[in-house]
Ligand binder design. Structure first.
Ligand code: APR
Length: 246
């Protein structure tokens, strides 16, 4: 036992009747070479949220916003899924419909690792949608734009924006997320600092329903005390083999 009551665990068993809800954050893609947000050399150290990830930023200077996401698209296209993404895809193979993955990440490394029961609550880097919320669905868009002139318009005339949930906007599909959390007996959270809501509350919702909750990452998240277990380590090292499905 560590001071604070956390255990070092070898494996965690998932019972036959159990359902698992997994929440991932930027930390799971760190070993694929994609920077996290809040590290000293992270994305928010070099870019102000107010300039690149806010509705006002989009209204003021849409090119600055696209420039930021175009660079992230380029980095995402170069990255490959790591052992942690693969471990979650394998767990899904074993658990089938008893598994659900919600990611705060906008990269596509989970789907490229094979995850299918997957929801991107903060949007997707490789999609764009109309700035006017005109009702048309987001479209696939992998272009690495070099100027605002290259960015297309929706048939309704609105400019296409990154399909990214900006600060101050509602995360996607919250009702479905809440439903899946209610069904889960085990919540697994990987590589997120626990500083952005509502995602940082998911562990509390799961615990209120009586679920166990496990955190995996190299340092305690802000909401560490809400977890029943904290497994310290890099996701690519700690996740493979951590869960044993009965
Ligand atoms: N394995 C697991 N976790 C790691 C690793 C690793 N190899 N490396 C770093 N981490 C952990 C850090 O300890 C940190 O707790 O990943 C976490 C990353 O935290 P943040 O940078 O705050 O990223 P995240 O929690 O995903 O941010 C949430 O904030 O800016 C928004 O919309 C953005 O989805 C993002 C949200």
């Amino acid at each position: 036992m560590r001071p604070g009551g956390y255990e070092t665990v070898e494996t965690i068993t998932i019972g036959r009747e159990e359902r698992v809800f997994v929440l991932t954050g930027a930390g799971i893609s760190a070993e694929s070479g994609l920077p996290t947000f809040r590290a000293a050399d992270g994305l928010w150290a070099g870019n102000r949220v107010e300039d690149v990830c806010a509705p006002e930023a989009w209204r003021r200077d849409p090119w600055r916003v696209w420039e930021f996401y175009a660079a992230r698209r380029a980095a995402g296209a170069r990255a490959e899924p790591n052992a942690a993404h693969m471990a979650l895809a394998e767990l899904e193979e074993q658990l089938g419909s008893r598994f659900f993955l919600c990611t705060q990440n906008v990269d596509d490394l989970h789907e490229r690792a094979g995850s299918k029961r997957l929801l991107h609550m903060h949007g997707e880097l490789n999609k764009a949608r109309c700035e006017r919320e005109c009702g048309r669905a987001p479209v696939e868009d992998r272009s690495i734009y070099r100027s605002l002139d290259e960015v297309g318009r929706c048939p309704c005339g609105g400019r296409m924006r990154p399909h990214i949930v900006f600060f101050g906007e509602m995360p996607l599909e919250m009702e479905r997320i809440e439903r899946e959390i209610r069904k889960a007996s085990l919540m697994v959270v990987v590589g997120t600092s626990g500083s952005v809501y509502p995602a940082a509350n998911f562990v509390h919702w799961a615990r209120m329903n009586g679920a166990r909750a496990v955190y995996v990452g190299p340092e305690d998240p802000l909401n560490a005390s809400a977890f029943t277990r904290v497994v310290e380590g890099r996701a690519g090292e700690a996740l493979p083999g951590l869960f044993v499905a009965k």
